[in-house]
Design a protein around this ligand. Structure first.
Ligand code: GAL
Length: 678
């Protein structure tokens, strides 16, 4: 993606030694007595830590009262870290307002959809739209920027923390006011809003802006466009907070890069990061794995998408875990090799920093059972030894730093608005999961050993020979035109059920589904036919569909039926179609096939699109390949050792021709034109 507005893109942390991978963690020294700090920095040096994120939750310690400031401890730890060669990504410390502020101004607290106050006691209890919160947050930001503007340890600014992690949706009166302002800017007139929201339905016409509310809890299904706009607004409101802190930082420290940690992971969907990426000097992401058979595929998917949000440029892995989490129902510890594999998979997809939450595992507080680089057991522990080994591995890979990720020939399109909208209530099925469908296609690519990028929908699509757009539900006219142009120019588009159904206002494209893509696909659907949990359907290519089917009619003779549903032993309606358009094509998959079924279908579609694996046949599916500049990363997806002697290249670090179970090998290959260091 070409970031649009940001003239500063891409500034990197002011690291004196650019040619290294950063390694570190969130560091919370305020949780510990002073003598521990000395032990910390010594152990950091042992582990090879060269950066920490400091001060993320330190507001109450830095500013214990409205007009009382205490920087002494922070000065001391900044100096200590610098003396040990450790750079600081300094937080603006605004993530968790202190008790004096919420007592003085309870009106900064968020309100849920039922009108209930979200009380302090945890963190992130603030309204993104509260002018009072903004005032205090910017005062703190300025105080920190002025204090540390010339500190040699300061390498980057970390705005707030995981904006929207715990406070993405606020339904307060402040939110209502800001929502109305946002709607005025979007629509200009109430007439336009009434049309977009289809307010003639259920007597919802507005005659005054003041009548409009956030989608608070109502008797039954809320207006869907109101819901969609509130999601857009909520993402924008937090982005506005990022911008506000950023402008103070740019004013006081114009040479220091600014970022905030995104949450491109699992089912975290509130913020449209495709729209945020250009707001930061370098993209930073936090990632925690979702347990299950696709856990590592999901990690790779998220890292891949993060890289493409960053336009293929290097980015920062700001947080992940050395082992178990504490916020899932069951927090499974990582097995041998898993931490390094997870970290290096992020590096494979462009991360130039490998950081964790957190440096030293807390002895008290809500996260005391969350793993860390230095666990409760201390330095004499498997985790700390694995951390130290990882530090050494990252030093061996130093030459990779700064290389850009090499795009592949195929891509999966990712669209936050389709994610939000396709999963709204009052739909044909509430079982549909947008990101799961996208992930299933990604797993199918991995199974076939084909590299595929995961790209935001506004990325340049023409560079890809094969483009999979799963559940691309929201297709405004301009996007339909882009996709038609892509296919007309020889691209091979694949899309699925519930795609092309609505425009940007969530209004259905009429005259048969999938309205916006109907002619391109050469099909017409009169009715969706979702399946109950007990139902599944067989296809005549041997695959099995669940969740959804469509009653597809083929309308264009150029549309070939690749698979049909079997109905009572008979071959029935089309299930998978493909319309040839010049040298391009547009294919449609009308049911959920899951990773196994999609692997079968994708093998065929990829072959027809002329896309093949770059891996030797015996490694396909067993190894994930990611490419940065001249470096091939081979990631063992299996629990078995694999012979990689038939892959060309010189292995970095100590390594043989055997790829250990869950191991990652980095091979330097002949330089590929245009992909060398930035
Ligand atoms: C992140 C957060 C960290 C820590 C971590 C635990 O969401 O930024 O502060 O809570 O999760 O996994």
């Amino acid at each position: 993606m070409q970031p649009q507005q940001n003239h500063r893109w891409l500034r990197w942390p002011s690291d004196p030694s650019r040619s290294r991978l950063a390694f570190g963690a969130d560091y919370n020294p305020e949780q510990w007595p002073r003598h521990i700090w000395d032990a910390d920095v010594r152990a950091m040096q042992v582990a090879g830590v060269n950066i920490v994120s400091l001060g993320i939750f330190s507001w109450a310690r830095i500013q214990p009262q409205v007009d009382v400031w205490d920087f002494g401890w922070l000065d001391e730890i900044m100096d200590l870290l610098h003396a040990h060669g450790i750079a600081v990504d300094l937080a603006t410390a605004t993530a968790s307002p202190p008790p004096w502020l919420t007592t003085m101004h309870p009106e900064i607290l968020p309100v849920d959809g039922d009108g209930r106050t979200i009380w302090p006691g945890a963190r992130q209890h603030w309204r993104p739209t509260s002018p009072i919160f903004r005032l205090h947050a910017l005062r703190l930001t300025r105080a920190l920027a002025e204090r540390y503007r010339d500190h040699p340890a300061l390498t980057a600014w970390h705005v707030n923390n995981e904006l929207g992690g715990d406070n993405a949706y606020d339904y307060s009166d402040d939110a209502a006011t800001a929502f109305r302002d946002w709607l005025r800017r979007r629509y200009g007139t109430l007439d336009a809003l009434n049309r977009a929201w289809a307010t003639t339905f259920w007597s919802q016409q507005y005659s005054d802006w003041a009548q409009i509310l956030p989608p608070r809890r109502a008797t039954t299904h809320l207006n869907p466009t109101q819901q969609l706009d509130f999601k857009r607004f909520s993402s924008d409101a937090l982005k506005d907070h990022l911008r506000a802190e950023r402008s103070v930082l740019y004013e006081v420290t114009p040479d220091i890069a600014v970022t905030t940690n995104f949450m491109v992971m699992g089912w975290s969907k509130a913020l449209n990061y495709a729209d945020w990426a250009a707001e930061v000097d370098f993209v930073a992401n936090d990632h925690y794995t979702t347990p299950g058979p696709q856990a590592h595929d999901e990690l790779s998917f998220s890292a891949n998408l993060t890289s493409n949000l960053a336009g293929g440029r290097p980015w920062y892995l700001m947080e992940h875990s050395t082992s178990a989490l504490n916020w899932q129902p069951i927090n499974v510890a990582k097995g041998p090799g898993e931490m390094a594999r997870d970290s290096l998979t992020h590096v494979a997809h462009g991360a130039d920093a490998v950081c964790f939450f957190q440096w030293r595992q807390s002895a008290a507080g809500a996260e005391k059972y969350h793993s860390a680089m230095l666990p409760h057991a201390g330095v004499d522990s498997t985790i700390f030894r694995a951390v130290t080994d990882l530090g050494a591995t990252l030093r061996d890979l130093a030459e990779v730093a700064g290389t850009t990720r090499r795009p592949s020939g195929a891509a999966i399109v990712f669209d936050w608005e389709s994610w939000w909208t396709a999963e709204h209530d009052a739909h044909p099925s509430d079982r549909l999961r947008y990101r799961q469908e996208a992930l299933d296609w990604y797993t199918a690519f991995l199974e076939l050993g084909i590299r595929a990028d995961v790209v935001p929908v506004d990325a340049p699509l023409h560079r890809y020979g094969l483009l999979v757009a799963p559940i691309l539900h929201v297709v405004p006219g301009a996007l339909a035109d882009r996709l038609r142009g892509y296919v007309a120019d020889g691209g091979h588009l694949v899309t699925t059920y519930f795609s092309g159904i609505v425009d940007e206002h969530d209004h259905v494209w009429l005259d048969g589904y999938p309205g916006a893509l109907r002619d391109l696909l050469g099909i017409r659907i009169e009715e969706f036919a979702p399946l109950s949990d007990e139902q599944s359907v067989e296809l005549d290519n041997g695959t099995v569909g669940t969740l959804w089917t469509d009653r597809v009619d083929v309308k264009d003779p150029a549309t070939e039926v690749l698979a049909r549903y079997r109905q009572g032993g008979q071959t029935g309606r089309p299930a998978i179609t493909r319309r040839a358009v010049g040298s391009g094509s547009a294919a449609y998959v009308s049911t959920r096939l899951g990773p196994a079924g999609l692997t079968v279908v994708l093998a065929d579609l990829a072959q027809r699109a002329g896309i093949d694996s770059e891996l030797p046949p015996d490694l396909r599916g067993r190894v994930e390949l990611a490419v940065r500049g001249p470096y091939w990363f081979l990631i063992n997806r299996t629990g078995q050792p694999l012979d990689i002697s038939n892959v060309d290249g010189e292995r970095l670090g100590s390594g043989t021709a055997v790829l250990a179970p869950r191991g990652v090998a980095v091979l330097r290959r002949a330089t590929v034109p245009g992909t060398a260091h930035e």
